[in-house]
Design a protein around this ligand. Structure first.
Ligand code: UTP
Length: 295
């Protein structure tokens, strides 16, 4: 199987409460907050499309329709922009709907990430042997790790996760993999996972990131798990069940950067990072920041 054809469906769970972004998330889903001018969810959808996905299933909660609405074409707006000769804006407006086919799955109650992923099962086709799951809060840079993960699945089967090598003194903030080496330095066999261990108890320095390429068997495991940490149905518990039952699970260690868009501090960093590289806003912002920091 060609690695780029290893999956066609990407699931983006976006039904969480977004409490760290209150009060804004009373009215605006955090997935639509703009990183410079583009919502985080478009960046993640573009990453999925680039890795070969042709369909995006967005798991939303009742009342968060705006996230899916964002991917619908806006013919009237397009006509207006066209008539005014605003070709650059027109291209921006058309970008998201052209990326891939977008469908919705509804999670009635925020019962956990595992539950959110399970809500997308009715959307799958018979030939969806594997699905990608991308957490829209987590920007993994540079993009492209999903392609590498698909390659590893094509070679080794099963499910493939993404890890960052984190300095040991920061490791207790993360879900940490217990791993065994393979001949490839950046591909490890996963034996298990520990949530937020003390540094001295951490089984490795490889921390989980919000990118998963999951064998379809995960949906069966999701039906059998019971509520775990925080009373929620955890995706990692379903993956642990697959491992315990002998299914191959690997991680690809991604040597790059990431931004956590799920909290204001991480979001601001991402916005500044992207804005500094922006041809229109970057130079001014850089100068302003220099002066601001001097003060
Ligand atoms: P988070 O825990 O980071 O998001 O879940 P949250 O719950 O929305 O945010 P806080 O903690 O209250 O601030 C990671 C991803 O999983 C989705 C979230 O939307 C987010 O994209 N999620 C989480 C669901 O779709 N359903 C859930 O029940 C839980």
């Amino acid at each position: 199987m060609s690695p780029s054809l290893a999956f066609k469906t990407a699931i983006v769970p976006a039904a969480g409460l977004g409490t760290r972004f209150l009060p804004t998330t009373k009215a605006v889903p955090k997935e639509l907050l703009p990183v410079v001018d583009t919502p985080g969810i478009e960046l993640v959808a573009a990453e999925a499309a680039d890795a070969g996905a042709t369909r995006l299933v967005i798991v939303t909660s009742p009342g968060k329709d705006a996230v899916v609405e964002y991917f619908r074409p806006q013919p009237e707006l397009e006509e207006t922009l066209n008539a005014r000769g605003k070709t650059e804006l027109l291209a921006k407006v058309r970008r998201a709907p052209a990326l891939l086919t977008v469908e919705t799955a509804i999670q009635e109650q925020a019962l956990g990430l595992g539950h959110a992923v399970a809500c997308a099962e009715p959307n799958l086709d018979g030939d969806d042997d594997a699905v990608a799951v991308l957490l829209p809060d987590d920007l993994v840079l540079p993009t492209g790790v999903l392609k590498r993960m698909a390659q590893v699945r094509a070679e080794r089967g099963g499910s493939v996760l993404c890890a960052f090598d984190i300095p040991v003194e920061q490791i207790s903030a993360y879900g940490v993999f217990d791993v065994e080496d393979t001949a490839d330095e950046d591909v490890k066999v996963v034996r298990g996972m520990v949530e937020k261990p003390a540094a001295k108890d951490a089984p490795s320095t490889f921390a989980a990131a919000g990118r998963y390429l999951l064998d379809r068997a995960v949906f069966d495991a999701l039906k059998r798990i019971t509520p775990g940490a925080g009373g929620e149905l955890q995706l990692t518990d379903a993956i642990a069940m697959l491992i315990a039952e002998g299914a191959p699970v690997h991680v690809v260690v991604h040597r790059g950067g990431r931004h956590d868009l799920g909290n204001p501090g991480g979001f601001l960093r991402a916005a500044v990072d992207f804005a500094l590289d922006h041809p229109e806003y970057g130079p001014d912002l850089r100068e302003w920041l220099r002066d601001r920091i001097k003060d």
